[in-house]
Design a protein. Structure first.
Length: 264
């Protein structure tokens, strides 16, 4: 989250629309400059401009593939972390039956409340820091209560195949929650995204300049390319914004745990 200082406060749609407009404007400026210097530029310079345009577009493709891969990897990691946490919680719920009978109901109630809090915080935008802090404090308190209960149960039944198994699953539950929280803070570095934007804008300008040198306005192809660029940028940003964009990690596994707890 600390990396996303400049752009994270703006919606994906606002960023993409702004980028699209800037590309079109720079393309028009480049076209007018190209038309102005057309008569003063020889064929060799025009050929060199075409080579520069190809180089910039090649760099753009490289940056695009690199950035998309980074955002997709982070999205996949967050999805797997959610599944791992749900599995850890599910295992802990099953192993409640291994505890001494005096502790089972309390442990089950605490775990059901824990699932509820994890589901609710999973719906919160990362920009809502106050609400997330409140939820995290409640979650931390529940973890301490569960650990305290496990210690008491271990004192009564120290066997590793009973209470020990519950303690192990509880430890995994806490670790998986910490891992998932850490992955939520990992986005594509903002400097990479800004560099990608600069490459997009530069490509729009150089394409307009090249069209101006040739004396042929290519409005439809330029608009089409700009729209495709904007859509790809939208996907990259949306994938990189957990809990905020249109593309979100599917939390159905956590909802299943919540529903099972309610029925149980």
């Amino acid at each position: 989250m600390s990396q996303q200082i400049l752009l994270y406060g703006y919606s994906s749609i606002t960023i993409v629309v702004t980028l699209f407009v800037v590309i079109i404007v720079l393309n028009e400026i480049g076209f007018r400059i190209g038309r102005y210097v057309q008569s003063r530029t020889d064929s060799e310079a025009k050929s060199l401009t075409g080579s520069i345009q190809a180089s910039i577009l090649g760099l753009l493709a490289l940056l695009l593939g690199f950035t998309f891969s980074m955002s997709m990897q982070r999205f996949d990691s967050r999805s797997l972390a959610l599944i791992d946490e749900a599995n850890a919680i599910g295992t802990a719920i099953l192993r409640v039956q291994l505890l001494p009978s005096d502790y089972r109901n309390e442990a089950k109630e605490l775990l059901n409340e824990y699932v509820r809090l994890r589901v609710e915080i999973g719906r919160l935008d990362l920009t809502k820091k106050t609400e997330r802090l409140s939820y995290n404090q409640e979650i931390s308190s529940l973890q301490k209560q569960l650990w305290s209960l496990a210690i008491k149960a271990t004192a009564e039944d120290p066997r590793p195949v009973t209470t020990g198994a519950f303690v192990s699953s509880l430890n995994q539950l806490i670790d998986s929650q910490g891992k998932r929280n850490a992955l939520l803070q990992m986005q594509v570095p903002e400097v990479v995204v800004i560099l990608l934007f600069v490459a997009f804008i530069s490509s729009g300008g150089i394409m307009g300049y090249s069209a101006g040198l040739s004396g042929t306005r290519m409005l439809a192809p330029i608009v089409l390319v700009s729209i495709l660029i904007a859509l790809i940028v939208f996907i990259i940003i949306d994938l990189d914004r957990p809990k905020r964009g249109l593309i979100k990690v599917n939390q159905s596994v956590m909802f299943d745990l919540l529903n099972k707890g309610a029925k149980g």
